[in-house]
Design a protein around this ligand. Structure first.
Ligand SMILES: [Zn+2]
Ligand SMILES: [Zn+2]
Length: 287
């Protein structure tokens, strides 16, 4: 699997010279494996991704974690949606009484947006998900509801050799009284366990989190504790606060790690990052 980050900012796009390294676009990750093209969330980063799709691609799958605006705002600006030769599938969380297509229609309607879903040349194919396993091409996917306001899914993608987990918005501490001591009762554990690469919400410092309990996000310290519990190989901290500059993001990681030695890699996720999991697995001596 090849993975590319097109946006990792949380809540609001934040362009500007002080955010040059980590980027200003909101959540969007592209996963490719052979012919299969999967896009995780359609934040503002998906607009730029749309310009780099190779002409051979005829089918794309957009997996939405949830419908918060920072994860959907780029959808109407995704050029392949207007290309009648490309079949687009949109997958997202089911909600009692509110079909996913109705929730997407709210976005694609005035006064929020000038074009309606029915006016697109190829109607996207909508799939509702809850806790389940399914496949797209050769990629096996597991999704589960997570602790975040409104129905929100985490995704685990595996090609049989490598596994990535995507949990961009997640409040770990609200979901478990005994975090991080009880994996079985920790929201997201089944999605992230033993992943080669985990993208996880680390919006706040521990101090900030104490004032924002219930807002749906985790501290960087809790994201690291979760990654340790799940025994992942690499953690990419995701959903950077819109007001946080490059320097502040780097400082945040240093402050959180201190002198602690971890047996896995932790990085602050940056827009433009690419990961070639096949190479990493092939280069790994223990496999
Ligand atoms: Zn978000
Ligand atoms: Zn959210």
């Amino acid at each position: 699997m090849k993975v590319k980050v097109w946006g990792c900012r949380g809540s609001l796009p934040s362009p500007g010279p002080e955010n040059y390294t980590y980027g200003g676009n909101t959540s969007c990750i592209q996963v490719t494996h052979g012919e299969t093209c999967i896009i995780l969330d359609s934040g503002s980063g998906i607009q730029r991704l749309g310009k780099f799709i190779t002409p051979a691609v005829r089918e794309m799958h957009i997996l939405l974690t949830h419908l918060h605006i920072d994860h959907t705002m780029g959808l109407g600006f995704f050029a392949p949606l207007y290309n009648p030769d490309i079949e687009i599938h949109i997958w997202g969380p089911a909600t009692a009484g509110h079909p996913l297509i109705d929730r997407l229609r709210r976005y694609f309607s005035p006064p929020l947006f000038p074009i309606r879903l029915t006016e697109l040349p190829n109607h996207p194919i909508i799939h509702e998900l809850s806790n389940e396993f399914f496949s797209i091409g050769d990629i096996r996917i597991h999704c589960e509801y997570l602790c975040h306001p409104g129905p929100t899914l985490g995704y685990r993608l595996s090609d049989g050799k490598a596994t990535i987990a995507y949990i961009p918005d997640h409040e770990l501490r609200l979901a478990s009284n005994d975090f991080p001591n009880d994996p079985e009762w920790t929201s997201g554990y089944e999605i992230a366990k033993s992943a080669d690469l985990l993208f996880h919400d680390g919006s706040y410092t521990a101090r900030e989190y104490s004032r924002k309990v219930g807002w749906g996000h985790s501290s960087i310290d809790d994201a690291i504790a979760f990654a340790k519990m799940c025994k992942v190989k690499k953690l990419a901290i995701f959903h950077h606060e819109p007001s946080r500059s490059d320097l502040e993001i780097e400082q945040m990681l240093q402050d959180s790690l201190g002198n602690e030695e971890l047996d896995f890699e932790v990085q602050m996720c940056a827009e433009g990052n690419e990961y070639n999991l096949e190479d990493e697995v092939e280069n790994s001596p223990e496999r």
